[in-house]
Design a protein around this ligand. Structure first.
Ligand code: NAP
Length: 280
């Protein structure tokens, strides 16, 4: 089985970003990361994103708010960041604490600065196949991995385990746009094993440590593991039991070192696209 490394895909995206930035005058595009509280998941994603922006030569600033900030105060602060002309794009770390109405923020964020596709405008564009919108970075990262490794998508049977608005649903639309035949699985799927095993490309985005073993994987399938979990020994792992599919799958993304590294590269690409678009 070939391991599909995220670092190689990220390097290819970096080259694209550098090309897009050739001739870009003035300070590099700036990303605003908006975080409320100190959730370890958020801190880890933020660290990765900051590192990636810096390595791509882009500017990044974190805006951090206390866990107990009120709805009105957060909206006022968010609005100022949203309207700041120096900020080319925004990454809002979610979920927000319960007292803040997340739906309102999704509507408030300027669609052209909404790099992770949370605004209804961008969601509608992704579902309509309109490429001027920003898709959620993780969903797009899956497509980037397949393309970077020249894995054919057209006409392929793809099963996606997970139907969230962050991964499963937008990804199904992106892959449909690439002419795949897509099946979306979830907790009520009657024959999950059979549906997964039938797939030529299997995407795992369930958030369940090592739940998909060789019995779920068809011979010579390509497996993309989006899951980020912690196993029984406290180690980072995906939704796929990587060791068990060694003899069955043709290729698979590892965790860590797979889709995660590509997600922040896609974020950087979106930032540059946003900056270029704002300059017409
Ligand atoms: P989520 O909102 O919890 O959604 C999980 C989805 O998986 C749901 O649709 C759920 O079905 C389905 N599911 C859960 N257990 C299942 C089972 N036993 N059988 C079949 N379907 C099952 O999670 P998410 O936000 O989409 O994230 C999914 C995973 O990706 C997590 O591990 C997360 O950490 C990771 N992630 C990674 C990145 C990255 O950059 N690599 C970015 C975002 C998320 P129901 O709808 O029926 O409940």
């Amino acid at each position: 089985m070939e391991s599909l490394k995220g670092a190689a895909v990220s390097a290819a995206i970096k080259a694209q970003v550098e090309e897009m930035l050739a001739g870009f005058e003035g300070p590099a595009p700036k990303l605003a990361i908006v975080r409320v509280g100190e959730r370890p998941d958020d801190l880890s994603y933020e660290r990765g994103a900051v590192k990636k922006m810096e390595s791509f030569g882009l500017r990044v600033q974190s805006y951090v708010f206390p866990e107990d900030i009120g709805d009105a105060a957060f909206k006022e602060a968010f609005s100022a960041i949203n309207d700041d002309e120096e900020v080319a794009g925004i990454l809002l770390l979610r979920p927000l604490p319960k007292q803040i109405c997340e739906k309102d923020i999704e509507t408030m964020i300027h669609p052209e600065k909404d790099l992770d596709g949370i605004s209804p405008v961008n969601i509608a564009k992704v579902f309509a196949g309109d490429k001027t919108g920003f898709a959620p970075c993780t969903a797009e990262a899956v497509v980037e991995v397949l393309k970077a490794y020249d894995i054919p998508i057209t006409g392929k049977r793809v099963s996606i385990v997970g139907r969230s608005m962050v991964v499963g649903r937008p990804l199904s639309m992106l892959l449909l746009g690439e002419n795949a035949t897509v099946t979306i699985c979830h907790t009520r799927t009657a024959d999950l094993k059979g549906t997964c095993r039938h797939a030529e490309i299997l995407v795992a985005a369930a958030g369940r440590a090592k739940m998909l073993d060789a019995e779920y994987v068809g011979k010579d399938a390509v497996v993309i593991d989006v899951g980020i979990n912690v196993d029984e020994n406290g180690k980072l792992c995906g939704d796929v039991d990587f060791a068990s599919i060694e003899e069955t799958a043709a290729m698979a993304t590892p965790v860590p070192g797979g889709v995660g590294a590509v997600t922040t590269a896609v974020l950087a690409k979106h930032l540059v696209q946003a900056a270029l678009r704002s300059r017409g």
